[in-house]
Design a protein around this ligand. Structure first.
Ligand SMILES: NC(=O)c1ccc[n+]([C@@H]2O[C@H](COP(=O)([O-])OP(=O)(O)OC[C@H]3O[C@@H](n4cnc5c(N)ncnc54)[C@H](O)[C@@H]3O)[C@@H](O)[C@H]2O)c1
Ligand SMILES: [Zn+2]
Ligand SMILES: [Zn+2]
Length: 368
């Protein structure tokens, strides 16, 4: 079928919204009609050419929500009409990692997905016989996409699409960092560095876990206001003296849990240093630039601080995204303030511009 999609043709150039060919789903695959899709930093990172593993031509986008239009052979868990969230982090349910509660890093389709192919090593998207690759296994800057069944989470159809699409990446990453990776204990003190989609999600996650004190650090006073709305009890404008400020607020000890959601390695270091001696846990969710390293004084570790990384918040997508969506429907997570702009697919490059200008938290593409 012919569909419209935003194609990354050349790194550093605007995406080209155009007609491309989408083939029918094969075994274990599903055709999804997109209804809403967030514009995320990872899309921009790849479009800019900064990502060394990027490939082109490719249809970008990975924060999608939509409706199952058709299922291919051997698909058993989804059917026409189901509402789904796209998962760049799939859950096959059978691999060595899927059967272990300690991780969400499914191994089933990793190799092909990293290269922009569906699990059988081919693409369903093309243009005049030329193959176009699937970004992060999703390619949701498109009216329709074909994805593996194991990379789609079925969610409650009562949830608005523009809300559920945010659970495809940033929001679940932040929530999960607090709920899964750190497993914040009730009554604790938490510090979240960064108040973008991921950091605000982490603030909300700390609140859901029953943290008593949640300090959010960001450079933008407007974003710090949003953090208050998600449950931050204290806010700090970030800078050189942030660690000292946090130590002062915590009787000289530091926080039980710290979270890093900026991608800046200097802030990661602050997050480690702001964690409490004896048991403080620093969870790193930000993605650093290529070749950058994190500096930690080893004594901080010997005296009991720990550092953990978190991919997609440790969320096992098919099982846990639907639960997070239910919690939003139940009023436990306030999703609306994250949506700052609603744009059309044709305006996708404007979504990138808004993000570069730090104008709002998320632009959401709405498909009609
Ligand atoms: N681990 C994962 O699975 C995963 C998933 C999605 C995104 N990410 C990464 O998480 C990070 C955050 O993503 P986002 O969408 O929230 O980005 P964002 O750019 O919207 O938010 C980052 C925030 O950090 C703040 N910041 C910058 N420098 C700071 C400093 N010195 N002190 C305090 N705050 C500072 C900015 O003001 C901004 O509000 C990015 O690195 C992104 O690549 C990781
Ligand atoms: Zn993303
Ligand atoms: Zn798996």
């Amino acid at each position: 079928m012919k569909i419209r999609a935003a194609v990354l043709e050349e790194f550093g150039q605007p995406l080209g919204v155009q007609e491309v060919e989408l083939a029918e789903p094969r075994g274990g695959e599903v055709l999804v009609r997109l209804v809403a899709c967030g514009v995320c930093h990872t899309d921009l990172y790849t479009a800019s050419g900064a990502d060394p593993s990027g490939y082109a031509p490719a249809v970008l986008g990975h924060e999608g929500a939509g409706v199952v239009e058709r299922v291919g052979p051997d698909v058993t868990s989804l059917r026409e009409g189901d509402h789904v969230v796209t998962l760049f982090s799939p859950q096959c349910g059978e691999c060595v990692h899927c059967v272990d509660p300690r991780t969400n890093l499914c191994m089933a389709i990793r190799e092909q997905q990293n290269k922009g192919y569906l699990p059988d090593g081919s693409t369903r998207i093309s243009r005049g016989g030329e193959e176009i690759r699937h970004f992060m296994g999703c390619s949701t800057f498109a009216e329709y996409t074909v994805m593996p069944e194991i990379a789609l989470a079925k969610v409650n159809p009562e949830a608005p699409f523009e809300h559920v699409c945010l659970f495809a990446c940033g929001l679940s990453t932040g929530l999960g960092a607090a709920i899964n990776t750190a497993a914040v204990a009730p009554g604790s003190t938490c510090v979240v560095f960064g108040a973008g989609m991921v950091g605000l999600g982490a603030v909300a996650g700390c609140r859901l876990q029953g943290a008593e004190r949640i300090v959010c650090v960001d450079l933008s006073p407007e974003r710090l206001e949003l953090a208050r709305g998600q449950g931050a009890t204290d806010v700090i404008v970030g800078g050189e003296g942030t660690v000292e400020a946090i130590l002062e607020m915590t009787g000289g000890f530091g926080a039980d849990y710290t979270f890093e959601a900026t991608g800046n390695v200097a802030v990661m270091r602050q997050a480690v240093e702001a964690a409490r001696m004896a048991w403080g846990l620093c969870t790193v969710a930000g993605v650093a630039g290529k070749g950058e390293t994190l500096d930690i004084v080893p004594r901080l570790l010997i005296t009991g601080r720990r550092v953990a990384g978190s991919s997609f918040g440790g969320v096992k997508g098919r099982d846990q995204v639907p639960v997070l969506v239910e919690r939003a429907l139940a009023g436990e997570i306030d999703v609306a303030p994250f949506i700052s702009h609603r744009i059309s697919l044709d305006e996708v490059n404007r979504g990138f511009e808004l993000m570069e200008a730090q104008d709002g938290i998320r632009s959401v593409i709405e498909f009609n």
